[in-house]
Design a binder for this molecule. Sequence first.
Ligand SMILES: Cc1cc2nc3c(=O)[nH]c(=O)nc-3n(C[C@H](O)[C@H](O)[C@H](O)COP(=O)(O)OP(=O)(O)OC[C@H]3O[C@@H](n4cnc5c(N)ncnc54)[C@H](O)[C@@H]3O)c2cc1C
Length: 382
Amino acid sequence: MTDVGDPAGTLRRSLRAWLAAELTPEVVAAGTGAPDEERLDVLRAWNRRLADAGWAAPAWPTAFGGRDAGIEEQVAYLEEMSGAGAPGPVNVIGVSNIAPAIMTYGTAEQQERFLRPMLRGDEIWSQGMSEPDAGSDLASLRTAAVADGDSFVVNGQKTWNSLGSLADWCQLYVRTDPDAPRHAGISCLLVDLRSPGVEVRPLRTMTGEHLFSELFFTDVRVPASAVLGSLHQGWQVAMTTLSFERAGVARLHLGLSRKLADLLAEPGAAEALADPRMRQRVAQVYAEIACMRWSVDRSFAALRQGRPSGVGGSLTKLAWGRADQELATLALDLLGMAGTLGGWATNLAASRQASIAGGTTEINLTIVAEQGLGLPREPRAR
Ligand SMILES: Cc1cc2nc3c(=O)[nH]c(=O)nc-3n(C[C@H](O)[C@H](O)[C@H](O)COP(=O)(O)OP(=O)(O)OC[C@H]3O[C@@H](n4cnc5c(N)ncnc54)[C@H](O)[C@@H]3O)c2cc1C
C-alpha cells in the first residue's frame, strides 16, 4: 500500500525491498575502500543497476533519471543505502557535485550529452580546482585557457584530483581573463581527459592507494562549446558546485556510525571495554556522531522553513574531522596490535585527510567565526 502522506516512508520501504532482492555480498565488499581497477567492474555493473531502477540519484529531477526526491526522502535513501552497506554510484563527485552545476548552467546539448552516462557510471568525472599554489584560495588559480578560433588552448597543472586516474572527464577551472579581478577572470570547461596534451600522473597516498592524480595540460585544445555557463562566469559555477559538495556533509554521520559499529564488533573489543577509560572514549565518539546528526536535522528544519541553514555545514564538517580522527586512534588503542593491521591501519592513515578535504579545519573555523559568531573578517587578497 502506498502512503501518500509519507513519501519518505514509501521510498524507504521500496528501496529496502529492492536492496533485499538485488544487493549481493560481492557488491558490498567491492564498495569498501577506494574504487581501484579490480573493484571497478563490479561497482560499474552495480551502478548501472541502480540507475536503471532509478536508485542512482533520487535527488535528481525525474527528467534526468532521478526521482525528484525531497529532503526527507534523500535522508531516507542515504540511511537505507548505508544501513545495507550498499555502495552508491561510482561517479560520486559527478553525481553529487558536478551534475547540479550542469543542470543549473549547462546548455540542453551539454545536459543531453553528459548527464545520462554520468548517472550510469559509463563515464567517470573528476573536479579540477586545486593547483600546487591554489587550494583554500581557489581564486589564485593559474591554469590558463586562451581563445583560438572556435576552441581554447589550455596550459597548466592541477593537483589532488580525486578519481583522476579513472576519470574520463574533468570539470576544469581555468583563467580566461588574466587582466580581470581574480574572481572575475575564471571559466569552467568540461574537458575530455583523453584529449592530446593531457597527462594524468597518479599520486600514491600513504594508504598505498592511488586516490588522487596530478593533471598536466600542455597545449590542450578544448572546443568553445565546452564552456559551462558563460565565459568568465566560472566562479559562480564553482560556488554552485561547492555548495552541493558541502551539502554532502549531511551523510557523513552515517559512515561514522557504521565504522563505530564495525569497531565494536571486532574480536577483542568487548574485553577492552572493561576499561572505563575506553568506554569514556567510545561514548565521546558516539556523542560527536549524535551531535552531527542533530546539527544536520537542524539545518534541514531551517531549510524546510525557508531559512538559511547558517554555518551548520561547517560545524558538521568540523565535528566529522574530529570524530573520524578520534575513532581512528581509538581503534588502535582498543584493538592493540590487531588495530595496526589491514583495514584499521588503512583507516588510521586515511583519517588524516578528514581535516583537509572539503574545506580545511582552519577555513571552516573562520567561516563559523565570521558568519556564525559575527567576528571581524580576516584580511583577504583581492
Ligand atoms: C581527500 C581529498 C580529496 C580532494 N579532492 C580534490 C578534487 O577532487 N579536486 C580538487 O581540485 N581538489 C581536491 N582536493 C584538494 C583540496 O580541495 C585542498 O587540499 C584544500 O582546498 C586545501 O588546499 P591546499 O591543500 O592547497 O592547502 P592550503 O590552502 O595551501 O592550506 C595549507 C594550510 O594553511 C591553512 N590555511 C590556508 N588558508 C588559510 C587562511 N585563510 N586562514 C587560516 N589558515 C589557512 C590551511 O587550513 C592548511 O592547514 C582534495 C583534498 C583531499 C584531502
